[in-house]
Write a protein that binds this ligand. Structure first.
Ligand code: HEC
Length: 206
């Protein structure tokens, strides 16, 4: 009996060691045994359809529509509405540029301008972008950014125009966040006042 117990103990010890060593094997792709995997790996729901009918969600999607009046994170609670109020454009002049005019911000504005604006307004704000020169689009009523009209145009009004568009210029609100719009405006003003990019320390970085 004693011999048998001794053998059994030996066997159990080897079996334990083997199991322990086997479970310690480091193979990254092996997640091992998972108990209740739902607890740490959530089930994916289809946003545009319903996994299970939900009586209170009439639109038939898992994703809910935002509540009326919701403002997406990073977007502004903009008070100068348009076209609901035709006075919005005039009133927007009071909206001051909250973004500091630093070299970094002006250059970030340039980067965005060179993506979203140059095709019409041209690299230097001469209204000679390909969309205009190829005659696909009516020229803006001002000759270029260097005219006194743009030089004196309030930043807030430019923000308003980028947000809502004006006549032939469409809204760029979905392309630029509010802070990006203000940076582009710093760059537009740099082009307007000097014809080139001027950093605050007056180095021309054309
Ligand atoms: C598809 C061509 C097009 C693009 C792209 C475009 N604009 Fe314009 N923009 C126009 C036209 C046309 C006008 C003239 C609108 C009017 O007053 O009739 C204009 C007007 C303006 C004005 C004068 C606004 C005012 O109040 O009179 C500014 C400033 C301006 N654009 C800046 C920008 C900036 C910044 C961008 C890029 C974010 C941009 N535009 C992109 C065509 C464009």
């Amino acid at each position: 009996m004693e011999v048998f117990m001794h053998k059994l103990n030996k066997f159990l010890a080897i079996a334990f060691l083997a199991t322990a060593l086997f479970s310690c094997k480091s193979r990254n792709e092996n997640t091992g045994i998972e108990y209740a995997p739902d607890m740490y790996v959530s089930k994916g729901y289809e946003p545009y359809s319903q996994t299970r009918h939900m009586a209170f969600n009439a639109n038939g999607m898992t994703m809910r529509l935002p509540a009326v009046g919701s403002i997406a994170r990073g977007q502004l609670d903009y008070i100068y509405t348009y076209p609901d109020s035709p006075e919005g454009y005039e009133a927007s002049a009071a909206n001051l540029n909250p973004v500091e005019k630093t070299e970094v911000n002006v250059l970030e504005g340039k980067k965005l301008y060179d993506v979203y604006c140059w095709s019409c307004h041209g690299k230097d704000g001469k209204n000679d972008g390909p969309v205009i020169t190829e005659g696909k689009f009516a020229k803006p009523p001002f000759a270029n950014y260097q005219t006194p009209y743009i030089q004196g145009l309030a930043d807030g009004k430019i923000f308003h125009v980028i947000t809502y568009g004006k006549n032939m210029m469409g809204s760029h609100a979905h392309m630029l966040t509010p802070s990006e719009r203000w940076k582009v405006i710093h760059y537009v003003k740099s082009l307007s006042l000097t014809g080139a990019t001027v950093a605050p320390d007056s180095t021309v970085v054309k």
